[in-house]
Design a protein around this ligand. Structure first.
Ligand SMILES: [Fe+2]
Ligand SMILES: [Fe+2]
Length: 166
């Protein structure tokens, strides 16, 4: 049974074009789209989770007059890990500590990201990871928590039809 939305998060019927325009190149990258084949939270693939974080981060940044583009893009890239989280990590670290580094590596490899943006990816697991060191990093870590709680409760933030899957 799905819970009704117990939060004050608006469930969008359509993804705003101004938001999609900021992330369209990422959503057309075949490697990135493989995130849809990995379960992230019950009922949400890693791609769906990433879209939720991206959207919530974009809204947070927009409301406060911060960098909306960076929020949308880094929200989308923060878990860019095209592998199963059940897999062993090359360093032997727990995935909770390892995956932000992997996401930063893949994001650098496939897209241009700044140092500030990389730092936001690396600290998104706060408080079990490092302290966020800039405004964007705080937005991403907060949006990640918000999206995760909503997903576990079965609340859809953005409709998935806006994502063109291959
Ligand atoms: Fe993560
Ligand atoms: Fe996440």
């Amino acid at each position: 049974m799905k819970l009704q939305n117990p939060f004050s998060v608006r469930q969008e019927q359509e993804i705003p074009a101004e938001f999609l325009d900021l992330i369209s190149d990422i959503l057309s990258n075949p490697e990135f789209l493989t995130l849809d084949s990995y379960s992230h939270h019950p009922g949400a693939s890693r791609l769906v989770h990433s879209m939720n974080v991206s959207y919530l981060a974009w809204k947070m940044a927009k409301r406060r007059g911060y960098d909306e583009r960076a929020a949308a893009r880094i929200g989308l890239l923060h878990d860019f890990c095209p592998y199963d989280f059940e897999d062993r990590t090359p360093t032997g670290e727990h995935q909770a500590f390892y995956h932000p580094k992997a996401a930063a590596w893949y994001s650098r490899e496939y897209f241009h990201i700044s140092e500030e943006e990389e730092s936001a990816i690396l600290t998104h697991m706060f408080p079990i990871g490092p302290l966020p060191r800039n405004r964007l990093a705080w937005i991403i870590t907060l949006a990640d928590k918000q999206a995760s709680i909503l997903e576990v409760c079965g609340v859809t933030v953005v409709p998935r039809y806006g994502i063109s899957l291959t």
